[in-house]
Ligand binder design. Structure first.
Ligand code: BG6
Length: 480
């Protein structure tokens, strides 16, 4: 059941992803009930699904059989009667398709409804099934630690922790999943993966888009809650975790949680030393003039919301003591790009000192999107007589999907949920620790006005983000 079936996420990501699973033969017995407030007939709903799949995946598909598995039920979230109707339909469909009472409830709607829906699912009997019941829940998971706890309490009355699949769609990205493999399946990286050999790690996730139509949500969120609390910290955890003793969900999650527990907490006056916030001004992107954030629809003219965050994250454990993890993310930047740069320490003595410049450090770049792959930067001898060193690149490009924002990630996550594999979903403990970390930063930023706008649309963010690294003797490696 998809709650929020007339919404943007369902249209852009969920229907195409379900279709891809179907196309690949991964959906054996299945049916989808779309649930939303507005009244629609099954036929109208099926037409929406056809339009969505065609616009995402091309016009040439025959979708008749596929969409015949889709049903629609309109629902008033607060009305028990609506849930009774939904239950009736679900039970009939269960019999018809022989679904063995297995149910996935996918909440893809405004977060204020998550709690009430979960409570109704239980009280109105939708979760009384003889098969499995699983709840997939989209972000934002709360607005801060307090509200996240409250939400968690509500959904836990109807679902056990192992039945809850909290989506972080970055964990569906091919190269984010590859971080562990690159680290733990290569003898040449793991022995160096620590503070003796790594000088710093940089994670950039930049976007060209502004807030588009999401001004209302974004005003109460900002980049810190929208990107750092979840996607950025998840990437930090995957880069920093210890090797798990096995690849089970529990082992991997518990290693990630240990990273969150070791995050140095930044509060009070330290916040502005470790973190930089920005808000975009107007600028030119692809030869088009774009407005400043404060002129976007549904945004306050005096808005204090950050659309950019850069930060220095320290992990106070044996492996990482002294190694900064720099993160930066923002809207209306120069390029759409997510990359991780691991900078290794300089060699102890440089025999190949070139008069014009020093040797470059070794870098391992993990390209998350739009390209997918890894590049290792080495130094090697220049062809010719002199023993000069020059920079060379070893590159591996994933031959998978190169388009960004494809349904790929969602497809994998939906499939994981069907199989009952929660490894690439966030456990409550991860959510709680990351809110606790982020809340201390927002507490300071909400009290003081930012000097906004402070970066031009189409740039790589405010100057202060460069200074953050300069004061440690580093700079952002170019990612575009
Ligand atoms: C979402 C944020 O979680 O991630 C959006 O709410 C952001 O604001 C998006 O644009 C970025 O995802 P991706 O996959 O395009 O990098």
């Amino acid at each position: 059941m998809i709650f929020g079936a007339t919404g943007d996420l369902a249209k852009r990501k969920l229907f195409p992803s379900i279709f891809r699973l179907y196309e690949r033969g991964k959906l054996d017995k299945f049916a989808v009930i779309g649930v939303a407030r507005r009244p629609l007939s099954n036929e109208e709903f099926q037409q929406n699904v056809v339009d969505s799949v065609k616009s995402a995946l091309g016009d040439d598909k025959n979708l008749d059989e596929f969409v015949s598995h889709f049903y629609y039920q309109s629902l008033d979230v607060d009305d028990s009667g609506s849930y009774t109707d939904l239950k009736k339909l679900a039970d009939q469909i269960d019999d018809h398709y022989d679904l063995e009472g297995n149910r996935i409830f996918y909440l893809a709607m405004a977060p204020q409804f998550f709690g009430p829906i979960a409570l109704h699912l239980k009280s109105d009997g939708l979760t009384d099934v003889k098969g499995y019941k699983r709840l997939v829940i989209e972000k934002p998971f709360g607005h801060d630690l307090e509200s996240a706890k409250e939400l968690n309490k509500q959904i836990r009355t109807a679902f056990a922790e192992e039945e809850i699949y909290r989506i972080d769609h970055y964990l569906g990205k091919e190269m984010v999943r590859n971080i562990e493999v690159i680290r733990f399946a290569n003898a040449i990286f793991e022995p160096l993966w620590n503070n003796r050999y790594i000088s710093n790690i940089q994670i950039t996730s930049s976007e060209v888009l502004g807030v588009e139509e999401r001004g209302r949500y974004y005003e109460s969120s900002g980049a810190l809650r929208d990107m750092v609390q979840n996607h950025m910290l998840q990437m930090v955890a995957l880069l920093a975790m210890e090797p798990p003793i096995s690849l089970t969900t529990d082992e991997i999650r518990s290693e990630k949680v240990r990273v969150f527990r070791a995050l140095r907490q930044i509060e009070g006056d330290e916040v502005n030393e470790y973190f930089v916030r920005g808000q975009y001004g107007e600028g030119t992107i692809d030869d088009k003039q774009v407005p400043k954030y404060r002129d976007e629809p549904m945004v306050d003219k005096e808005s204090n919301t950050e659309t950019f965050v850069a930060g220095k994250i320290m992990i106070d454990n044996f492996r990482w003591a002294g190694v900064p993890f720099y993160i930066r993310t923002g809207k209306r930047m120069k390029a759409k790009s997510t990359k991780i740069v691991v900078q290794f320490k300089d060699i102890p003595m440089n025999l190949y000192y070139q008069t014009e410049k020093m040797l470059n450090p070794n870098l391992l770049v993990i390209h998350i999107q739009p390209e997918e792959g890894i590049t290792l930067y080495l130094n090697a001898k220049k062809a010719g007589g002199k023993l000069d060193a020059q920079n060379v690149k070893l590159s591996f490009a994933n031959t998978g999907v190169h388009a960004m924002n494809t349904p790929e990630g969602y497809e994998k996550l939906i499939y994981d949920c069907m199989r009952g594999d929660a490894t690439n979903f966030t456990h409550w403990d991860e959510v709680a620790y990351s809110w606790a970390f982020v809340d201390k930063i927002s507490a300071v930023w909400e009290k003081t006005k930012g000097d906004f706008p402070n970066y031009q649309a189409g740039s790589m963010g405010p100057d202060a983000a460069d200074k953050l690294l300069e004061k440690d003797g580093f700079f952002w490696w170019p990612v575009t």
